[in-house]
Write a protein that binds this ligand. Structure first.
Ligand code: TA6
Length: 307
């Protein structure tokens, strides 16, 4: 399989396929400005190392790498539902534990690299969710990490889908973290009976946080007390989830190190809660997240809008 992937989709010294943890197949993208790794299991971006800025994504040292478990860390894809609408359904859908196929790789002049992976409905998915679909994940690796998740409704009935690019960002010190860009928004507090509350100012984290922010603007910034800040832009999404499990929940999760909460924060680009999307037959909905490391202080490079 690896040889076939390299034969069909390998690009000399730029894109290669190999066996990763748990012998799960992964792609390695060696772009001029960054390197990245993507597992076919869940179309899961597990690393984005920006030259000069270090690793942008957090990965659990205790993650599973098995075909029947989600990978902990990086960018899990939650689809076609967020959370667990019914106890018998898998949390966050089936896309993150499915085997995706590679459909395309290419280089861009700017000079980024791109890989596209696809998941279509099967007997197994239809048992959980009775809809025909074609889901495509495009990952573009360059100065930024850009991820585009597109759902084409290949059926004859409209379908409702939630989604999340459930990104785990690596931070230097959770005590120094400030998340900017959510001021004045409301959020659903999943830790307080789903109550809707107002956000005033920047978000700081000194306890377990599990919130769905509503009507969120395009850009959010993570400041973490290090030399860098992380700019996150998005499209096709009007909700943003922020999560940190803090002490007790970290200890309770088998695939999460006890002190893992100190160096990660999830800032997720989502279609969650009332931001669920109805996709008509033959139509496509795309959700995009693009992330960039910038110096901690000073203006973003205005000439270089991310999206
Ligand atoms: O995105 C936040 C959240 O929905 C939390 O409620 C928490 O459960 C987290 O996802 C992780 O979920 P997982 O199924 O990966 O353990």
């Amino acid at each position: 399989m690896i040889d076939d992937l390299n034969l069909q989709f390998g690009i000399d010294k730029k894109i290669a396929f190999t066996l990763g943890n748990g012998d799960l197949p992964k792609a390695i993208l060696l772009a001029e400005d960054a390197t990245a790794e993507i597992y076919l299991h869940g179309a899961h971006v597990s690393s984005f190392h920006r030259h000069g800025w270090g690793e942008m994504l957090w990965m659990s040292d205790e993650s599973n790498f098995r075909t029947d478990r989600p990978i902990r860390g990086g960018v899990p894809i939650c689809w076609p539902w967020f959370g667990q609408p019914q106890p018998e359904l898998p949390q966050h859908g089936f896309a993150r534990t499915s085997q995706w196929e590679v459909i395309e790789t290419k280089t861009h002049a700017d000079p980024s690299l791109e890989i596209a992976l696809r998941l279509t409905d099967s007997e197994a998915t239809r048992q959980l969710w009775p809809h025909p679909f074609e889901l495509t994940m495009r990952v573009i690796v360059g100065r930024d990490l850009t991820m585009q998740l597109s759902c084409l409704n290949t059926g004859e009935e409209p379908l409702d889908a939630e989604a999340a690019l459930h990104t785990y960002f690596h931070v230097q010190d959770i005590d120094a973290v400030r998340v900017a860009g959510l001021d004045g928004r409301s959020y659903i507090d999943k830790l307080d009976a789903m109550q809707v509350k107002p956000q005033a100012g920047e978000l700081t984290i000194d306890r377990e946080v599990d919130r769905i922010y509503l009507e969120t603007p395009d850009a959010v910034t993570i400041h973490d007390g290090a030399e860098r800040r992380i700019e996150i832009q998005k499209s096709g999404s009007l909700s943003t989830v922020i999560w940190n499990p803090w002490i007790d929940k970290s200890a309770a999760m088998a695939d999460f190190p006890n002190d893992g909460y100190r160096t990660m924060v999830c800032v997720e680009t989502t279609n969650a809660a009332d931001d669920v999307r109805t996709i008509q037959p033959g139509e496509v909905h795309t959700i995009t997240q693009s992330c960039r490391c910038e110096p901690a202080t000073g203006p973003a490079d205005p000439a270089e809008a991310i999206l």
